[in-house]
Write a protein that binds this ligand. Sequence first.
Ligand code: NAD
Length: 276
Amino acid sequence: QSMCNTDIGSLPAADPVLPTNVLDFFKLDGKTAAITGGARGIGYAISEAYLQAGISKLAIIDYAPNEAALDELRSRFLKSTIVYHNCDVRKADQVKSVIDKIEEEFKVIDIFVANAGIAWTSGPMIDQETDDDWHNVMNVDLNGVYYCAKNIGKIFRKQGKGSLVMTASMSAHIVNVPQLQAAYNAAKAGVLHLGKSLAVEWAPFARVNTVSPGYISTELSDFVPTEMKNKWYALTPQGRQGAPRELCGAYLYLASDASTYTTGSDIRVDGGYCSV
Ligand code: NAD
């Protein structure tokens, strides 16, 4: 019985009140957001983009504080409130208490970006990895996203609104070579389908979408030998890695009123990798 949600589709669709100028759809003035893994890399670029779009309050959640980056954002975006919360997304209790604290501080959370992730394990193939490798990747990349989704979903339900954006990967769609990373691929495929599932469950009150980046130049991948990177580029139609800033349009679209009728979608930003 619990599998059958008879409420699906029972609410009348409300026409959102949208600005007359299409460029204003993308403005985040007056809105609030929280983002995991926001201290560096893709999460930092999204944070900066949301601040540039005028977000009023931003909570950066990470387990590795980056004071220099935070100071830099605070000095550039004086009109916005920027708070940092230390949290390991592998820990359900930490995720719950941090999201509760942000709700207490911000009153309303309009946008949540579940972005924190890790990629690497000790062995190249799954039979050469330890069980700990598997569990660690799953705990950050899938369970961490689930803990965030569950806690923000309760708040979105209460508010009657909210946009959840989750970082999947092109590895959710295909098995990229030559490096092998079955745990990561499985976790990201989980994120992709979790996104679609939550979009259906929460359609009456919230939107849920994913972004699937291709090879992006961040510390997650910067240590990869040039020889391996050249193999990546050869398999990428655009022939190069992307920059974190090249993802920001997708994250801004999904967070903002530009995407009020978009839910359960995934945006691939991968230089064409998955199209081959
Ligand atoms: P990154 O390593 O530069 O940044 C990841 C951030 O997440 C860091 O600030 C880190 O401290 C934080 N983090 C990691 N584990 C955490 C935990 N347990 N609790 C809290 N914070 C944690 O990596 P990135 O490239 O910016 O990756 C961001 C997201 O994009 C990840 O989900 C990653 O899987 C995904 N992604 C990256 C690429 C790429 O090529 N860089 C491609 C596809 C998907």
